[in-house]
Each structure stands twice: as structure tokens, then as C-alpha cells.
Design a protein around this ligand. Structure first.
Ligand SMILES: *Cc1c(COP(=O)(O)O)cnc(C)c1O
Length: 408
């Protein structure tokens, strides 16, 4: 393939002219990834502690996924859901057997998985019950249904009117949820751990309390596991980390080892309410996504990555707890498996920029929270390499020695 090799500057020029500017991007074009590292067009290497915005939980270009996709792409790329395919069936089985025995609907992204869940809630609930309780600081996606479920005003600006029927409660406040339930309430929808909202862990007993309220009032409990699912917490799914089982669960991000793919799993008696013609996705569950999804599960099991994730998590915890003791601008460290939030007393953006200049990729969410979503395949040295850079940068920031952000 004779593709021209452009510099980062040239590539940014193309974007400035031809790509809609709806993203804030770092002034770097990435061209290659392998494991925990990515390379830019100039050949610089970066250690990636936020690979693929949580999608690359297996690291960049995981060999088993690459192989499975290479194999499948020459055999059958796409057929519509008017046909059966072995891979989609096996993929659904694999997900069902590792979770609560549900049935799957496949789509291509997290927001679509949540749209499916919202529709299923409305279809399954008795007439007149349509309201869904969701939580402040939550994030469920950008399409209008999922956006309406997202109780963060900053994402709603200028987009109203939103889809009616969502009721927002403070995350962690069971009394508020109990008060919000009325005769029109159909479901409670929640991220087991709020991701975009700043890696916020649920208070003890909160998810179990939601389960009890749902059971008492005959509501469906929906877990948005787009970020917490597929091994992120060191368990297959976040609900297993907390020991509270939902009725419906949505997945995407790392579901297909870095390829686009989403799914909704629902208990069979609930899933039955989604009948032919009621919902669809042209590319949902396509053979490439299914091959990648199956290879992802296989890789996690063959390489014992759930256990590995727990180990890496412990190494991060030890380093970051230490950092909290020594660095005055670290307010709190929150860790669940490979979901890591470091809350600062200051804005996090300058830290992200300084780490980039030092060859380390991280994220900042909710203004002050440094977020790491590391890959399960890291070794201890790589964890230390990342933590060393981060500790250096934070120390410089605390001492007021951080050069101002080199924004484009
Ligand atoms: C990222 C995310 C979504 C949206 O997923 P997309 O694939 O971007 O549509 C939904 N819910 C949660 C919890 C997420 O983290």
C-alpha cells in the first residue's frame, strides 16, 4: 500500500480544512501502536495509560484480535441481520455464560447500546410506566436518548428539547431515589462506577440499595457497563465487582479489543419484549466485530488477564497512595481494578500536556481528575515508568514549576 507519509503538521492541516472541529485534539498524529506504546508521525514513542479512551483494554493491536480479524476479513465481512451467523451466536453465548445468563442485542457503540436499553425498558414496562431514574455526574452517550439520560447540563447546552421521561438523582443518594419513584417509574439506570464523571465509586450499599428499590417497586435495573465492563475492574463485569446483578447491562468500549462494537444484555424474560421490527442495527453483531469480540474473551482467559489486571491495579494503588502522601495537590486517589482517578486540588489539563511532552498519555476528566484506564497487559516496569513521570510532573505542578500548557 503506497500511502503518503505525512508529518503531524500536514495531517493537522488536512483536519483544519476538511474535518469538522467537534473534538479538542492534541497536536500530534498517531500512526502505530503496539501493546502499551503508540508512535506519532515523527517517530516519537508514548507510553499510553489511557489507550483508546478505554477501548484498548488489551493494549494496542492485541495479537489474538489482529489474527482473528485478519482471518475473518477474508472470509465474510458483513451480512445483514436477516441471516444467522455462527460467530454472532457464539459471541452471545460467551457473553451470556460469563454474566447473568442474558440474551444479547448487538450494535456498534455505547450510546447505541443505551438507546436499546431505553427502548427495551419502555417496551417491557406496563402501560403508563416510562420514567427512568438516572444520576447526576453520569454519562450514557451522545445520541439524544442517551444524552437525555446523561444528567450533566454541560452536555445538553443548545440541544433541547431533550427526550422526556428522565428523572435525575444525586449519585449515592438512596433516599432521593426512593422519593423520586412514582407510579410512572419504569427503571433505574446507573453506571456502577461513574467514568466520565470523574471515576466516582458508589458509596457502600448504594448499588445493593438500588437493587432493593427496583425489586420492591417492580422496576428494571439497568447497568451502563460501557466503561466498567469486559474486564476493566478485574472481573468480567463491574456488577460482579460489587456483587449486585442488574436486569439489563450495556457494553461497548473494550468489548471488541479496540474495534467498534456494542451490546445490550438482558435477562431472557425481559429480552422477549424486543420483538422483530422493534429495533435494529445494520452493522450490529457483524462478523468482524464478533470475531474480535470472541478473540477478546479468549485472550483474557488464555492469558489470565483478569488476575493480571488485579495485580497491576495493586501496583498502581501502592504507587498512587504513596503519591497522595507526598504530593500536596493530590486530594484523593480512587481505584477499582484498572479504572483509576487521581483527584487534584488544581485543574488537571496542564498535567496532561506536560505528560504528553514527556511521552506519557493520560486523561483529565471533570476538570480536576486525572484518569488512567491502563491496559491489562502492562508489566510492572511499565507501571513504574508511567508513575515516575506522573509523580515528577505533579511535583513540578505543586511547586509552580510547570511550563504553561503548550496548546496549539
Ligand atoms: C463512553 C461511554 C458511553 C458512550 O459510548 P460511545 O461508544 O462513545 O457511544 C456510554 N456510557 C458510558 C458509561 C461510557 O463510558
Amino acid at each position: 500500500m503506497n500511502r503518503p507519509q505525512l508529518s503531524s503538521k500536514d495531517i493537522i492541516g488536512l483536519f483544519d480544512r476538511y474535518v469538522i472541529g467537534n473534538y479538542r485534539r492534541f497536536p500530534v498524529a498517531l500512526v502505530r501502536g503496539e501493546g502499551v506504546y503508540v508512535w506519532d508521525a515523527e517517530g516519537n514513542r508514548y507510553l499510553d495509560l489511557f489507550p483508546g479512551w478505554g477501548c484498548n483494554l488489551l493494549g494496542h493491536c492485541p495479537p489474538r484480535v489482529v489474527e482473528a480479524v485478519r482471518e475473518q476479513v477474508g472470509r465474510l465481512i458483513h451480512v445483514p441481520n436477516t441471516w444467522y451467523t455462527e460467530l454472532q451466536g457464539l459471541w452471545a453465548q460467551a457473553l451470556s455464560e460469563r454474566s447473568f445468563g442474558g440474551q444479547a442485542f448487538f450494535c456498534n457503540s455505547g450510546t447505541e447500546a443505551n438507546e436499546a436499553a431505553i427502548k427495551l425498558v419502555r417496551l417491557h414496562s406496563p402501560k403508563g410506566r416510562y420514567k427512568i431514574i438516572t444520576f447526576e455526574g453520569g454519562f450514557h452517550g451522545r445520541t439524544l436518548g442517551s444524552l437525555s439520560a446523561t444528567a450533566q447540563p454541560k452536555y445538553h447546552e443548545g440541544l433541547g428539547p431533550l427526550l422526556p421521561g428522565f428523572v435525575y438523582c444525586p449519585f449515592g443518594d438512596l433516599d432521593a431515589v426512593a422519593k423520586a419513584i412514582d407510579t410512572e417509574t419504569a427503571a433505574i439506570m446507573v453506571e456502577p462506577i461513574q467514568g466520565e464523571g470523574g471515576v466516582v465509586l458508589p458509596p457502600d450499599g448504594f448499588l445493593a440499595g438500588l437493587r432493593q428499590l427496583a425489586d420492591r417497586h417492580n422496576l428494571l435495573l439497568v447497568f451502563d457497563e460501557v466503561q466498567t465492563g469486559c474486564g476493566r475492574t478485574g472481573h468480567w463485569f463491574g456488577y460482579q465487582y460489587f456483587g449486585v446483578t442488574p436486569d439489563i447491562m450495556t457494553l461497548a468500549k473494550s468489548l471488541c479489543g479496540g474495534l467498534a462494537g456494542g451490546a445490550m444484555l438482558a435477562k431472557p424474560e425481559i429480552a422477549a419484549s424486543l420483538r422483530p421490527g422493534m429495533h435494529a442495527s445494520t452493522f450490529g453483531g457483524n462478523p468482524i466485530a464478533a470475531a474480535a469480540g470472541l478473540a477478546t474473551i479468549e485472550m483474557i482467559e488464555k492469558e489470565n488477564l483478569l488476575e493480571k489486571a488485579k495485580h497491576i491495579s495493586a501496583v498502581f494503588r501502592q504507587r498512587l497512595e504513596e503519591l497522595k502522601k507526598t504530593c500536596p495537590i493530590v486530594r484523593e486517589v480512587r481505584i477499582a481494578g484498572l479504572m483509576i482517578g487521581i483527584e487534584l486540588t488544581l485543574e488537571g489539563a496542564p498535567v496532561v500536556d506536560a505528560c504528553l511532552r514527556r511521552g506519557l498519555l493520560i486523561n483529565c476528566t471533570h476538570n480536576t481528575v486525572i484518569r488512567l484506564l491502563p491496559a491489562m497487559i502492562m508489566n510492572d516496569d511499565q507501571v513504574h515508568e508511567g508513575c515516575d513521570i506522573l509523580a515528577d510532573v505533579l511535583a513540578a505542578y505543586a511547586a509552580g514549576r510547570l511550563e504553561s500548557a503548550g496548546k496549539p
